[in-house]
Ligand binder design. Structure first.
Ligand code: SF4
Length: 202
């Protein structure tokens, strides 16, 4: 039957773990269209790729029934690209819904009535705090506002908010920093990030 990709929660990165792990080339990077390509004539339904997708966007159907079920699930999935917590650089542009300028941070802190989670990252941070996972999957049920800021003045941000390492997630509540998580988190320490976030928001 073959592989399906739920592009509603896929960051379409050329360094996709599914592409890298696929032994047959059924999943590949389509350079012309700048997106993940699928060639199901090469898919052996081994399922390896599913394990390398942090968002669960890659699904493998082994029967007609499974294929229809997965297609229906994808169709009915209400999540969207703008829910992705982190976009991998080099893939699609960072989602404008989340991205604000360094100079806008203070205003954002003032106007937000909900807890505000801000990720500060540098242009040369190839890897950010977390490769894409929909934020609602990372911290389900938490009513927070998430913003990303590309840091232009590292020293200023470090001094102002007490940041010692980028990328960094800062939680602002009642106008001030109420918690932070520093450094990169990937697939191998995903739970650590999830627990850290729960602790911050707890
Ligand atoms: S199921 Fe196996 S062969 Fe098919 S796309 Fe995934 S890794 Fe490649």
């Amino acid at each position: 039957m073959g592989v399906l990709v739920n592009f509603k929660i896929c960051d379409n990165a050329s360094e996709c773990g599914g592409i890298e792990s696929c032994p047959t080339g059924a999943l590949f990077w389509d350079e012309e269209n700048k997106k993940i390509g699928i060639d199901n004539s090469k898919c052996t339904n081994c399922g390896i790729c599913e394990n390398f997708c942090p968002t669960g966007a890659i699904r493998v159907a082994r029967t007609e029934e499974e294929h229809s079920k997965i297609m229906k699930e994808i169709e009915e999935d209400t999540r969207k690209i703008s829910d992705l917590f982190i976009e991998r650089y080099g893939a699609m542009p960072i989602e404008p819904d989340f991205l604000i300028k360094e100079k806008e941070v203070e205003n954002e802190i003032k106007v937000q009535t909900k807890p505000l989670l801000v990720e500060f990252f540098r242009e040369d941070d190839v890897e950010c705090l977390r490769k894409s996972v929909p934020i609602n999957d990372l911290i389900p049920g938490e009513d927070v506002v998430f913003r990303k800021v590309e840091v232009e003045n590292e020293d200023v941000i470090s001094e102002k908010y007490g940041v010692s390492k980028f990328p960094c997630l800062l939680l602002f509540a009642d106008g001030k920093v109420s918690g932070k998580i520093e450094g990169y988190f990937g697939a191998d320490n995903f739970e650590e990030l999830r627990n850290g976030l729960k602790g911050l928001l707890g």
